[in-house]
Write a protein that binds this ligand. Structure first.
Ligand SMILES: Cc1cc2nc3c(=O)[nH]c(=O)nc-3n(C[C@H](O)[C@H](O)[C@H](O)COP(=O)(O)O)c2cc1C
Length: 194
């Protein structure tokens, strides 16, 4: 499995029940030696507090597109350039729709649109939201835009329903990232040998 030590990962946390699992993702990534920066959407902050995110990641949590203290740095560009990889977990139906349409009305969607990095998304939503034709179309588009999908899984949902739409478990998500970094390393070795 690939090594995550010293990798720089930008984690975007959207507003879904599964946001609590993003805290576990941060904890596990830190254990693996990852340097993390986080973006919390406005709705995401309804589910997990910026204080929890910043304490676990040991780094500032970015929330606003317009940041008067940091105007010169332009977070929506610098965050993506800083990262080796971007992970959106949980990815809500709303944010998925914004990414598919190229909309950029908050920091998360603007960073994704301005990104020059691989973006992994771990969707999490009610089964009907996941199975809705509009979400299906959006996901299809994101795949053609080279987004990498992780999950979702089938199971019991927080809303009491059952079906596909549960966010993959943090360990599963992290394994996918490790596989990605391992394949990058392998590609580099192959290109040096050829
Ligand atoms: C209690 C509650 C739970 C929600 N859970 C989800 C969810 O799991 N997945 C989802 O796509 N939206 C969920 N939503 C709706 C999103 O919070 C809403 O669409 C929001 O605009 C998403 O914003 P964001 O994509 O900017 O984070 C939930 C809303 C509430 C009130």
């Amino acid at each position: 499995m690939g090594n995550l030590n010293n990798k720089k990962i930008l984690l975007i946390i959207c507003g879904g029940i599964a946001a609590y699992k993003s805290l576990e993702i941060i904890r596990l990534l830190k254990k693996d030696g990852v340097i993390i920066k986080t973006i919390l959407t406005k709705s995401g902050a309804e589910f997990v507090t910026p204080l929890s995110v910043t304490s676990l990641s040991q780094s500032k949590v970015y929330q606003d597109l317009f940041n008067l203290e940091n105007e010169v740095e332009m977070d929506h560009i610098s965050l993506s350039r800083w990262a080796d990889l971007i992970l959106i977990a949980p990815a809500t139906a709303n944010t998925i729709s914004k990414l598919a349409s190229g909309s950029s009305d908050d920091l998360a969607s603007t960073v994704a649109l301005a990104s020059n990095k691989k973006i992994f998304i771990a969707p999490a939503m009610n089964v009907r939201m996941w199975e809705h034709q509009s979400t299906k179309q959006n996901i299809k588009k994101l795949k053609t835009y080279n987004y990498e999908l992780i999950g979702p899984e089938v199971g019991d949902m927080a809303c009491g329903e059952y079906g596909e739409g549960k966010m993959s478990e943090p360990k599963e998500i992290i394994n996918k990232l490790k596989i990605y970094f391992k394949s990058l390393k392998q590609k580099k070795i192959n290109s040096r040998q050829s």
